[in-house]
Design a protein around this ligand. Sequence first.
Ligand SMILES: Nc1ncnc2c1ncn2[C@@H]1O[C@H](COP(=O)(O)OP(=O)(O)OP(=O)(O)O)[C@@H](O)[C@H]1O
Ligand SMILES: [Mg+2]
Length: 495
Amino acid sequence: MNTKSEKPNVLIADDSAVMRTLISHVISKLGYNALTVNDGDACIHSLNSEKVDLLLLDLNMPGKDGMEVLSYLQASDMALPVIMITASDDISQAVQCIKMGAYEYLTKPVKNDRLEITVSNALSESSLKKKVQLLEKELKQQNIFRRIYGESTSLKKCIEQAMQVMETEVNVLVVGESGTGKELFAQAIHSGSRRKNGPFVTINCAAISNELADSLLFGHVKGSFTGANSDHTGFFEQADGGTIFLDEIGDMNLDIQAKVLRVLQERKIRRVGEKKERNVDFRLISATHKDFTGAIKNETFRADLYYRLEEYPLFIPPLRERREDVPMLANHFLESFCTANNIEPLTFSTSVLEKLTEYDWPGNIRELQNIVRRAAINRSGDEITSVPLLSQTVTQEETASPPTPVGEYGKTPPPEPEEQRESSAPASFSGAPGQGKEFMLKKAELQTIMKAYELTGGNQTKTAEILGISRSSLYRKLKKYGIEKNLSLSVTKEI
Ligand SMILES: Nc1ncnc2c1ncn2[C@@H]1O[C@H](COP(=O)(O)OP(=O)(O)OP(=O)(O)O)[C@@H](O)[C@H]1O
Ligand SMILES: [Mg+2]
């Protein structure tokens, strides 16, 4: 779009040298740049090589005539205002040009004042149209990406890329460490696509076993195997007309990879126990926190499938590479936590926000969300003045889920298996004081759990939810501290 300092370029395509001179004169007088060509081919060449804001196009020219140039513009989707210059006996053709999208036509001899008005109007209308389109784009962006907080350049770049790809049917592979927002981006791409009113079906590839794969992915008919008591629609059929999201695609085993590749190629599925094939119409988005290079090399991931998945790779940077987003995210999570739990608004002290910004966030945004929730639960006033950053020790399993195996994107070291950590922890929390940092961290964790219980009136599901962990993880923690029996006695309300 033209900036104030940039003059609009007006291209004049006419085989008459006299006309080109006359029109150029008027255009320059209006303060615009006049560019001239004398036939249709040169006109098309100029349109492709120069920034042109308005085209004055003679209908009758040697080589490609005005009508052909107009057809070319239409076919190539060039949004450009065109004013046709016609001889007075070409009126019916001129009308035809208007139908093909020309802004206006002027008949020869062209009167200067009429030319001036038409050119000015065409340019201001087109500039207004561009502004409206830009605003519409911004509005759409705000709406679709409203749940994605952050203002860092790298996040904005991700949003820009997602905006570009979302309206296409291209397969997108979202890549990033755990908790960076891969699923959030996948959902946003779906809601900005033409499939937005269709379903968004998520498949956790790590959770699909070979035995159940066919039935889960493609469905089955009643009686096709023991336990198939009714017809079942598989994931791909459920996603018909919408988007299928293959989460943790790097964990998909080789047999299932072959099945998925076939559906991608054929766009057809067959339910278990059924002969007929069904067409499925879906758009594919997948996500991974793994680097595929090694897996492809050692043939645990099919290269042919990988290249289909990553038609458009979208890299979501880890939080430590966009630290400037931390305060905004922390404030957002704090505000939504207070609203959801009917707590008076809370704020973070400046030093806490600084501490959060300096921290490396191995569990990324999910970890930040959990820390904020805990800080809100443990508050002692309206302002939060301290945050225990526990994640690298006792709370790793819920902040950096799923655990980070070697060969992943990012530098997070692999955490210990949960069993090992659980067994090395004291069976109960009644250990003697003075056990150092680990003791203090466990104490802080237990206090957080107890406060969360208080806040939810003893509801285990809600307690797990506000702590950002699963119910089983909460149960394991209670067991670890040897207090689950006491708690279950005191916890009577459970919705
Ligand atoms: N930019 C963001 N703004 C607000 N919330 C975010 C943002 N990014 C992520 N979140 C939130 O953080 C949590 C983790 O995001 P999400 O599940 O999309 O991450 P992920 O990359 O898919 O993680 P994983 O690899 O562990 O599956 C979610 O609760 C999500 O809503
Ligand atoms: Mg995810």
